[in-house]
Design a protein around this ligand. Sequence first.
Ligand code: ARG
Length: 562
Amino acid sequence: MDYKMELADVLYDQLKEHIGKSKLMAMIEKPKFENMGDLAFPCFELAKIYRKAPQTIAIELIKNMGDSNFIQNAEAVNGYVNVFLNKREVSTRIIQEVLSSKEKYGDINIGNQDIITIDFSSPNIAKPFSMGHLRSTVIGNSLAHISEKCGFKPIRINHLGDWGTQFGKLIVAYKMWGEEQKVKKNPIKELLSLYVQFHEEAELDSSLNDQGRLWFKKLEEGDKEAFELWEWFREESLKEFSKIYDLLGVSFDSVHGEAFYNDKMDQVVQILEEKQLLKESEGAKVVEINGDLPPCLIKKKDGTTLYATRDLAAAIYRQTHYGFVQSLYVVGNEQTLHFKQLFDVLLKMDYTWHEGLKHIPFGMMLKDGKKMSTRKGKVVLLEEVLNDAINLAKKNIMVKNPELESKDTVARQVGVGAVIFHDLKNYRLNDIEFSLDDMLRFEGETGPYIQYTHARASSILKKGKFVESNEKLAITDDEAWVIIINLMAFPAVIKRAFDEYDPSQIAKYVIELSKAFNKYYGSVRILADHEQKQARLSLVFAVQIVLKEGLRLLGIKAPTEM
Ligand code: ARG
């Protein structure tokens, strides 16, 4: 139920000659102070049209306002129509709505099952999964859930970094110093150290770089030895990545990495050629970009392709293959220039669908104020981070609830949930400071706090032997109103999270709802014998449903006990 719509309805008759309903809806505000009501309609813009003082208009609007069960009272204050909702009616209606829709509450069908491709995670094989890739993974995964909730069909794409000159170098390094068994045992670590060794040796002997380029050329030309080694590196890396995806509960519809576009690039170059967009620059082929930006490099001197070439082919493939209405790239803000160039080239190629392309950038993960680095020898292995979080969560459970049966499952859900929530509660463009202790606190704005609130709601329902009934239940506790207001806001929050590609809206929302609920829990004896008991339990159930759904949209599990 949308109360802005309700208010718009009752005002519309008087205003329809001058404003449309959607404009009217958009004008409705939330008053700054609670004692000014639940909704406010400002009359300042109307003053010019009616040539009357805003306050006079407010008074007249109220005098001739239509009827609504949900509006208790309206007051004209300083040029606003302040509206007080009928708490009883509204609460009854909201609780009913949540209980009858369950996890579908908040579904908004604005998507018509149109396709949105989401390119996220996209780590580079033979290299550790970095903190940046973790951020991309959790943000992208949540955006996929959110767009699905809005009626779109998300296609989750893991655009693996599995192609490029570095694989030529890696092949050279492996052939010179590598050992099969070592790679099998510890693929990423071993391949990374070969890569590091390559760079060290190449400082002394630059001919190694030429060999690297040569082997990448061989790879692009389909040389058998090169291909088999590359394929093996890829498989071993993927095995390690999938451990992380399993822990995070993330899956993909496509793992077409950069290599997949190897046979699709000639065509792109040809189109660029035909459209006369390719220019020679120091032996390389480039497309010039509008404004002050550097040109987009398409082919190197030796004829090999680049990251951007593969992204061009990928964008075109995705449009032909999926016919997306939007195509998102969840990639750190250090690649902003790359995506500007990419989108600009596609615009120059006259693809009308370039408008649906969006770079969704995000900030860095910091440790003690510095970028958390995965290179320079010292590797922060993401799997270790997640396992640390799980172990810490388990310790907490041992202290708080030693009787709990499914300790391991819950520890996993809490540990992983803590890491995800910590990331998503921040607006994505902000840099965030990594702190395991902060993430796992049960108090404050953390994942465990929300999960704990959800578990508390579940246990109240169990203790109260709650059974749903069809009875209309009016809740009269004053303390419940904040919860009701929050429950009411859920669909709008989802819409905003979708429009702004911003999961933190949902994270902040579940924090608010949890706070409101815990306050209620602290002041009302929900389980006491009272005529309100069934109504109170229904409210608890509504909170439990919405918290669980909110967490799901973030990619976090909601255990019923912890
Ligand atoms: N593999 C790249 C990296 O780690 C990210 C790829 C993002 N997706 C894309 N289509 N460019 O930097």
